[in-house]
Design a binder for this molecule. Structure first.
Ligand SMILES: [Zn+2]
Length: 85
């Protein structure tokens, strides 16, 4: 994405939300030496991260649920064994 200047402030368009934002403060710097910035703005970066977090939380929830079901199965099997003896 091309860097443009607005009112003396260097910035560029975020590839995600299509909004022009100043480089400093609007984007995360990827390489300090080359002064290259992320292609998506901080807000979009944060949003993407939060979405990932939610995804992860859902995975954990599913695992916990599976674990509960397994516990129930084990309890059932234990009961069966107990009944037999
Ligand atoms: Zn954005």
């Amino acid at each position: 994405m091309k860097v443009t200047e607005r009112k003396g402030v260097k910035g560029k368009k975020c590839t995600k939300c299509q909004e022009w934002k100043p480089l400093v403060g609007g984007f995360y710097q990827r390489d300090r030496k080359k002064s290259s910035y992320d292609s998506i703005c901080r807000a979009c970066r944060k949003k993407a991260r939060d979405e990932k977090k939610t995804e992860h939380a859902r995975e954990i929830e599913a695992l916990m649920k599976a674990n509960e079901e397994l516990k129930e199965e084990i309890a059932k099997l234990k009961k069966l064994l107990k009944d037999k003896s």
